[in-house]
Design a protein around this ligand. Structure first.
Ligand code: FE2
Length: 440
């Protein structure tokens, strides 16, 4: 099957209750995702606290596109394609740093302002001014036109035309709001570095997994289950370690996950943990409560801390955990390769204990050296291999399907429903084909 220039064939890969295996294993589908899906959607770039001062920059990728997030001299955050207009060299090679007032290409020393404009070219007299002006190179490094800093979270849309940021995210932004509001100062800072974990599987398997509540008690029985068993054998009176507090909810029974609920928003976003979550029963940190009440008052503090959402998926490729201040990015590298980045945030004005909890969570659950993450990695790899089987062609997402669900918005449902997965795949088909031209 050829999918390029064939939007009907791409759309046919997503049925109401099942999706075709080519979404995960086909190289052409992966290429089209990079060209269309990751251009038409608002994709997370990084956090404003990574570039606090003018000239600070951070390099990353949007789909397969190398970009630089930089704080311009006017203090706004810009996103530039990381490509010298001269010979194509990636201008910024380091992950982060301060470039001063301009970027300088390491090949021929062409320089660019931090909004991408060409600043200088050595031996410029060798170029006829009219000839040079007509060249693409005279336009400098290409800026990404559509960039939005939402409470410190920077997103961009590579396509010049398309849906606005507000229309794309809608009410789902309430998860970011809640995470930021958890700081008594209303501010987050990236802290504790980033944990990078290479996965031999398609990026969408990880996105799926974020709202898959029927797997923890099965896949994590050997890790989280063992931790809890060891704890149960500890002598009476032993204080409960933070690690056990974080492991224990993973092996909660089905009823727990059914009861916590899933909320589905438009355009592929959604979250688990509406009324309860695996983060709801952590020990209180008294000094934190005091700081929050001083900042927001008792009532509002209860409202903020009482919202203990579990995983919020922001389509296409990040997951945010508000109550524990983590963000994971599922960076697509190939149809069968994904780089998972797990980031942690400090709540400005909160006691260090909160950062400690966040860091421990990421180490235990998400890091390449974690205990829980490998359980998932093992099943993703086995899926990536298994999907090449010619015995079956489809991946099932039919759990608790209702035929009229597609038209309903911001709905809450049973926490073990696969509605959010269906929501993601419907959005996938839409954003994949929105800019795809059909050729005869
Ligand atoms: Fe898992």
């Amino acid at each position: 099957m050829h999918y390029r220039n064939n939007p009907a064939a791409v759309s046919a890969l997503v049925r109401p209750t099942e999706v075709h295996k080519d979404l995960f294993i086909d190289d052409e589908i992966f290429e089209l995702e990079m060209e269309h899906l990751f251009a038409n959607t608002w994709v997370y770039v990084g956090h404003a606290s990574q570039v606090p001062n003018p000239g600070d920059f951070y390099t990353t990728t949007i789909g397969d596109q190398p970009v630089i997030m930089v704080r311009h001299t006017d203090k706004t955050i810009r996103v530039l394609h990381n490509r010298c207009p001269h010979k194509g060299v990636m201008v910024a090679a380091d992950t982060c740093g301060n470039t001063g007032k301009f970027f300088r290409c390491p090949y021929h020393a062409w320089t660019f302002k931090t909004d991408g404009q060409l600043l200088s070219v050595p031996l410029k007299k060798g170029y006829d001014p009219d000839v040079f002006k007509a060249c693409e190179a005279s336009q400098g490094m290409a800026p990404v036109q559509n960039v939005r800093d939402y409470r410190g979270f920077v997103f961009c849309r590579l396509s010049a035309e398309g849906q606005s940021f507000d229309a794309f995210f809608g009410e789902s932004l309430s998860t970011i709001d809640n995470m930021v509001d958890r700081s008594p100062a209303g501010e987050l800072q990236v802290a504790g570095g980033v944990l990078r974990y290479l996965h031999d599987c398609n990026w969408k398997m990880l996105v799926d997994n974020q709202t898959d509540t029927c797997h923890p008690m099965v896949a994590h029985e050997s890790s989280a289950g063992t931790a809890v068993r060891v704890w149960e054998e500890a002598p009476e009176g032993t204080p409960k370690p933070m690690a056990v507090e974080q492991f224990a909810p993973f092996i909660s029974p089905y009823e727990f996950f059914e009861g916590m609920g899933i909320r589905v928003w438009e355009n592929g976003h959604g979250h688990t943990g509406v009324s309860n979550s695996i983060h709801a029963a952590y020990s209180p940190v008294p000094a934190y409560l005091e700081a929050m009440e001083a900042a927001y008052g008792k009532e509002r503090t209860q409202e903020i801390l009482g919202d203990t959402r579990h995983n919020t998926t922001y389509f296409p490729n990040i997951m945010v955990k508000g109550p524990i201040q983590t963000l994971r990015i599922f960076k697509p590298l190939a149809a069968n390769k994904t780089l998972v980045e797990s980031w942690t945030f400090r709540l400005v004005g909160a006691p260090d204990k909160l950062l400690e909890r966040t860091l421990m969570y990421n180490r235990l659950i998400n890091a390449p050296t974690s205990v829980v993450g490998h359980d998932d990695h093992e099943v993703y790899e086995r899926s990536q291999h298994g999907l090449h089987s010619r015995g079956r062609d489809w991946v099932n997402v039919a759990r608790l399907y209702e035929s009229d669900e597609a038209g309903r918005k911001n709905e809450i449902t049973n926490g073990t429903s696969e509605w959010q997965m269906r929501n993601q795949y419907q959005a996938w088909a839409r954003y994949m084909t929105a800019t795809m031209k059909e050729t005869a």
